[in-house]
Design a protein around this ligand. Structure first.
Ligand SMILES: *Cc1c(COP(=O)(O)O)cnc(C)c1O
Length: 424
């Protein structure tokens, strides 16, 4: 079979930049992407037969690891009975029931096909429900690639050095106000909604400071704005009930994606009956999708969620905390400085040559993420069989399939990789 280089050359001939999502292109770390043919548990295998311990895990979509047998079986069972109908199905009801049951205060949830759609639609509902136009987002938070939200995004937007995107009109972002993360902005009654990642996980990892989320809740209540939690990463990953359960702050609208699709394309947004009743066909806010609530995706998502218990989250959080401490020690033994902040099972990684404090906003994260060390570390790890995300603004996704052995191997690889970075 052709190798990574040949596949990427072929890809570039027919797909812009050779990728269907920019972060995959290796632009910010240099070199040629590995082209994946299969994955199992914590591992992926590329077209050259090289195996990697995978901390990308589809950017958080795979919490059980790759190709878990129950999920594969559920997808197969459903596929044999049809993959999409354009009529209501039991599968979407069952998935929605699980979500509504786990997320306190969320009465109704609408399934869509991506996180982008979920956030875009939640913002539309918030505007429809309040009759107001303006929304507040935070610098470095990523909310998908819809026009109005493509300002000061983290993740791929930050990696490519684009402050926002060409093709997005001033009009489209004219009602979007950008504020620094971890500072409660002063609102007025022109604001429809405040949109936030309850843990910022697209500018590497930035935890909410104590009082930040509570402050947003209070300020929204004061002016009658809605609080939207973008839980596309944190939902069903941080805890069984997501960020609300973890931090004890209840938003008005929730957005989900990634984990709830079990590796298939799904998103969802939900809220109280009062807020969600503005949505068609109950109300005047239009939103739709041919493949929304797709039977394959709901079968996969349901199977994943049914396997996630309070113990899953507790165990994974403990293992990630240990891993973070060991990884940091291994890297610092080389003379580099390192931070591996964690929030539950979410984990970030910052590298520098001199000691630093872990960042609390995008400005601080950007200084660390652009110091040039991560691309070198990334390639040193890849050579040693460990696949981190090809960009300094992403977090490490440790799945329930990563074994103690995988994590110990990763720590040993990091010790060697850090020595090479330190000497560079
Ligand atoms: C990934 C992500 C999105 C966008 O989801 P897609 O499925 O890629 O459209 C939105 N918000 C956050 C916080 C994300 O991490």
């Amino acid at each position: 079979m052709a190798g990574n280089r040949e596949w990427f050359e072929r890809a570039q001939r027919v797909i812009p930049g050779g990728v269907d999502s920019p972060v995959r292109s290796f632009r910010s770390v240099g070199g040629t992407p590995y082209t994946v043919v299969s994955g199992a548990g914590s591992r992926v295998v590329d077209v050259e037969g090289r195996e990697y311990i995978d901390f990308v895990q589809s950017y958080g979509a795979s919490l059980l690891g790759h190709a878990p047998s129950d999920v594969v079986a559920a997808i197969g069972d459903q596929a044999r009975r049809g993959t999409t109908f354009g009529a209501p199905t039991p599968g979407e009801v069952l998935l929605a029931e699980i979500m509504v049951d786990r997320v306190a205060g969320m009465d109704l949830v609408r399934l869509v096909s991506s996180g982008t759609e979920a956030v875009m639609s939640a913002v539309r509902v918030a505007r429809g429900a309040t009759g107001r136009s303006r929304i507040v987002k935070f610098d470095g938070c990523y909310h998908g690639h819809s026009d109005a939200l493509l300002v000061a995004g983290g993740s791929g937007v930050a990696q490519l050095g684009l402050p926002d995107s060409a093709g997005v009109t001033n009009g489209a972002v004219g009602d979007t106000i950008v504020a620094p993360y971890n500072v409660v902005p002063q609102l007025d009654d022109s604001i429809a909604a405040v949109l936030v990642e309850p843990v910022a996980a697209n500018m590497n990892l930035v935890a909410p400071l104590p009082g930040f989320l509570e402050g947003l809740r209070r300020e929204c209540d004061r002016v009658g704005a809605l609080l939207i939690f973008d839980e596309v990463i944190t939902g069903f990953r941080l805890a069984r009930g997501g960020a609300e359960e973890y931090f004890g702050v209840t938003p008005d609208l929730w957005c989900f994606g990634k984990v709830i699709g079990g590796g298939l394309p799904v998103g969802a947004f939900g809220g109280s009956t009062r807020v969600m009743s503005h949505l068609a066909p109950l109300g005047p806010v239009y939103q739709a999708g041919t493949l929304s609530g797709n039977p394959l995706a709901t079968a996969a998502g349901r199977t994943v969620l049914s396997q996630l218990t309070d113990e899953s989250y507790r165990d994974l959080s403990i293992r990630v905390a240990d891993f973070a401490r060991e990884l940091r020690a291994a890297i610092e033994a080389s003379g580099l400085s390192c931070a591996t902040p964690t929030v539950g099972p979410l984990m970030g990684l910052y590298l520098a040559r001199a000691p630093f404090d872990a960042p609390s906003n995008f400005e601080e994260a950007r200084v660390l993420c652009s110091n040039g060390l991560y691309p070198i570390f990334f390639h040193e790890m890849l050579q040693r069989g460990v696949a981190l995300a090809p960009g300094a603004y992403e977090i490490l996704f440790v799945s329930l399939a990563h074994t103690d052995d995988d994590l110990a191997t990763t720590v040993r690889a990091a010790a060697d990789a850090a020595r090479a970075v330190s000497a560079s």
